[in-house]
Design a protein around this ligand. Structure first.
Ligand SMILES: Cc1cc2nc3c(=O)[nH]c(=O)nc-3n(C[C@H](O)[C@H](O)[C@H](O)COP(=O)(O)OP(=O)(O)OC[C@H]3O[C@@H](n4cnc5c(N)ncnc54)[C@H](O)[C@@H]3O)c2cc1C
Length: 377
């Protein structure tokens, strides 16, 4: 069976490694073949961007050579897919190769899309790419006081990042002795401070306690950079001195333009993880349209399910299990406290009071991730 994995990020890598271990004898005998196509020779640990933006990680800590993370037997090529020909079970790559498959997994991730809101890209700081996170840190270093507005669009990857950056900024300015001069204000599109109800119930009192104010039902309409005003669809204007945005995301252009799914989100069966209408195309990670958190842990747990199922398809001709919607997210609550949210389709999260131990667990995980990417954790 020719297995093609498109995307060498969190989901694609964990899946490829787990499959290679499960299918080691089939790979040796030629009964199975695993090919990974990616857009980069580097593997990017995106959660580190949160720390880069406040000067607590450096860019080199966020990357490893992708080939060094992969099990032997996986054929890895840096040659992004430019066209999907699903009816013919093949893809066309940037270098012009046609690659055929029996089973394909789409794991191309997502990207922030600030261009969707007039004035946002030009006037806000971001931390969802290396370049923008570095720029944001330099802006923070020169900021001496005023109103900092953290504004959120949906959907976006990492459900907790907007809350985490808000709490981390609180501590960042406190450490610089600017607490009295900086006012933090947060906006969120629905009628509470987070999409997950229990996370919102936990976070709102934390914000109240720290003196962080917020507007809910605030859907970003436009940014007037000249007058430093953030406007909502609901008719609310907020004056800012520094605007930090987590913009709404889209899937990758190749998915969107190829007609695989509106806005780059592939219609995906929530338990079987196959692309709707296709029994040999599966979807992993951010690029699904499943209405759950777009997080590395989601990609990880989906990859676990897919590895077991695709290996079983090779060995027994049928998948064996279903994805239950499991997600686990750390929530940094400042520079030395954190909590977590663990949930699935049936059980909502129930964040506990933040502790130092959980914060140090997250800091340790930033290093342990490289073991996790290899599918060993
Ligand atoms: C600031 C920030 C903080 C975060 N914090 C957390 C956190 O604390 N916990 C957590 O669980 N998640 C966190 N995340 C989210 C997490 O990083 C993503 O949800 C996760 O990386 C998604 O995995 P993925 O495999 O779907 O996509 P990605 O990891 O983005 O990988 C996509 C891969 O596809 C490749 N690709 C793209 N286009 C093509 C193409 N045309 N052909 C072939 N390959 C292609 C790319 O090169 C890349 O290798 C955070 C993200 C950010 C930005």
């Amino acid at each position: 069976m020719r297995i093609l994995i498109v995307g060498g990020g969190m989901g694609g890598t964990i899946l490829a490694n787990s499959l290679a271990r499960r299918l080691s004898s089939e790979l040796k005998s030629g009964k199975a073949r695993i090919t990974m196509l990616s857009a980069s020779e580097k593997h990017f640990y995106q959660p580190g961007l949160l720390y880069l933006a406040i000067g607590r990680m450096t860019p080199d800590e966020l990357y490893r050579d992708q080939a060094s993370l992969l099990e032997p037997g996986i054929e890895f090529q840096v040659d992004p897919v430019e066209e999907f020909m699903l009816d013919n079970n093949c893809v066309k790559t940037k270098s012009g190769k046609i690659i055929e498959y029996d089973v394909m997994v789409l794991a191309t991730g997502s990207r922030m899309f600030p261009e969707g809101v007039p004035g946002l890209a030009e006037n806000a700081e971001f931390f969802y790419t290396e370049t923008s996170a570095l720029k944001m840190f330099k802006r923070l270093q020169s900021f001496e006081g005023g109103k900092v507005v953290i504004t959120v669009g949906v959907p976006h990857k990492c459900p907790m990042a907007p809350l985490e950056i808000t709490f981390m900024l609180h501590d960042y300015f406190k450490d610089r002795g600017l607490s009295d001069k900086v006012k933090l204000h947060y906006t969120y599109p629905i009628n509470r401070v987070h999409s997950l109800e229990n996370v919102a119930k936990w976070a709102a009192p934390e914000m109240d306690h720290l003196g962080i104010t917020y507007d809910t039902f605030f859907n970003i309409k436009e940014v007037d950079g000249k007058n430093q005003i953030l406007r909502s669809e609901e008719g609310v204007d907020i004056k800012y001195d520094l605007l930090i945005a987590i913009p709404a995301h889209k899937g990758m252009e190749v998915i969107e333009k190829g007609g695989l799914g509106a806005n780059g989100w592939v219609p995906t069966n929530r338990t079987k993880l196959n692309m709707e209408g296709r029994s040999n195309v599966f979807v992993c990670g951010d690029t699904t349209n499943i209405p759950i958190s777009k997080a590395g842990s989601t990609a990880h747990f989906e990859a676990d399910t897919l590895a077991e199922n695709i290996a079983a398809m090779v060995k027994m001709g049928t998948p064996v299990r279903e994805y239950d919607g499991k997600v686990f997210c750390f929530i940094e609550a400042g520079k030395d406290r954190a909590t977590y949210a663990m949930f699935n389709y049936l059980n909502p999260p129930d964040p506990k009071a933040p502790t130092k131990a959980m914060h140090w667990f997250k800091i340790a995980y930033n290093k342990l991730y490289w073991i996790s990417a290899r599918g060993l954790l």
